[in-house]
Write a protein that binds this ligand. Sequence first.
Ligand SMILES: Cc1cc2nc3c(=O)[nH]c(=O)nc-3n(C[C@H](O)[C@H](O)[C@H](O)COP(=O)(O)OP(=O)(O)OC[C@H]3O[C@@H](n4cnc5c(N)ncnc54)[C@H](O)[C@@H]3O)c2cc1C
Length: 450
Amino acid sequence: MPPVAACDVAVIGAGAAGLAAARHLRREGHSVVVFERESQIGGIWVYTNNTEPEPLGVDPTRPVVHSSLYASLRTNLPREAMGFREYPFAANKAVQRDPRRFPGHREVLEYLKDYASEFGISELVRFETEVSRVWRRGSGKWEVRSRKKNGNEEHVDEAFDAVVVCNGHYSEPRIAHIPGVDRWPGKQIHSHNYRVPEPFQNKIVVLIGSSASAVDISREIASVANEVHIASWSNSNEECAALPGYDNVWLRPMIESANEDGTISFPHGVKISADIILHCTGYKYYFPFLETEGIVTVDDNRVGPLYKHVFPPSLAPWLSFVGLPWKVAPFPQFELQCEWIAGILSGQILLPSEKEMMKDVEAFYDSMHASGIPKRYTHNMSGYQFEYNDWIATQCGTPKTEEWRRKMYHATSLNRAARPESYREEWEDEDLVLQAYQDFSKQMSCKQVS
Ligand SMILES: Cc1cc2nc3c(=O)[nH]c(=O)nc-3n(C[C@H](O)[C@H](O)[C@H](O)COP(=O)(O)OP(=O)(O)OC[C@H]3O[C@@H](n4cnc5c(N)ncnc54)[C@H](O)[C@@H]3O)c2cc1C
């Protein structure tokens, strides 16, 4: 069916989410401009040796380095489950490509470039163009103010029917609160500014966190540091266990305080001297350009109110957010969210009324509250991403999640927990890999399958 309406849409960001948005909006017949402040597509997957001058990344006026990748980073999802549904992330055996199941970061960037080229997306992107302000005019249109980076030109204001926000949420560090840390004489850094282990040579490091990055970075640092103490709420309060396989890594409960004499205090009167605190404590949602007259807020890392994590009910469908959920396989979810947004903007798919959407959002918040789940976990989709994806797929009339992808995601989570050091090399879901490649080979659009 031809689209009912074609809109002028601004997409902010040309990372994986922005690319998927551009692809699906254009497929639906909309006119798309993608604003990207960097000089290439790929977002977080554009690795750089550069770090920010302020290693904790808390000063809002600091020059921002977008990418948070470290040099050795390999994916924490297998490529088959990680890739877009309509453009498989199949192993590419061409020279200079990384065919591993859990490839290094460069391979992901190459894949995103392939995706952009397959669907002719780069021509829609205005590179080195930063969006500084997005606001609604009286007419209901959205005004987008942008400026060429490093150029002498003034900013430009342009009107769009709709804005899709795809600016990523792994660049604005969240810091652990540590009593006394202001007077502690050591050095602090957030993993956003971690690239290589060498600066940790011969140091005593307290690393806070338990995420996939915390696991990778603690092991990497242990190869050069004197001691690594991993402090986390998820480590038992009683325990101070040595990490199996290491003689210089300890698992500790959360820090009690940092002290003026350079020590760090843990429960039960334990104190250690330390040189560096490394915060692997995640990131904050941040939309410095967005003005919605208080309609959309970020409160304790809840972006809301948003219907199904995408649409603010009173501004729907003219403002939308792609990629807010975490603890998910992001790329396939981006695709579905973007297909949904594109179909709603063209009038092919209907949203409930504003009142009904608001009721749904409130019911969701109430259920979180009743279960004692903190606000900051609003977009944590652990345990229900596939149910959510399938709900959107049904709205779009598109196939639900492939059974192999769902099973592979779960198998990888279990394998990662059981073998944090070696899950990228040893697995037991070979049958699912075979099923995935059978599926890929059916997709005519996939030129990579060897
Ligand atoms: C350390 C780390 C490891 C990860 N590992 C994996 C993994 O193994 N597998 C996986 O699937 N996912 C992983 N992820 C998640 C990853 O973030 C997603 O896969 C995905 O790439 C995010 O895409 P995005 O488009 O939402 O954001 P980004 O990739 O961050 O892209 C946002 C883009 O918006 C641009 N932008 C921002 N503000 C503006 C502005 N004002 N004006 C113009 N442009 C702007 C930025 O320059 C950037 O290009 C990891 C994340 C991190 C931090």
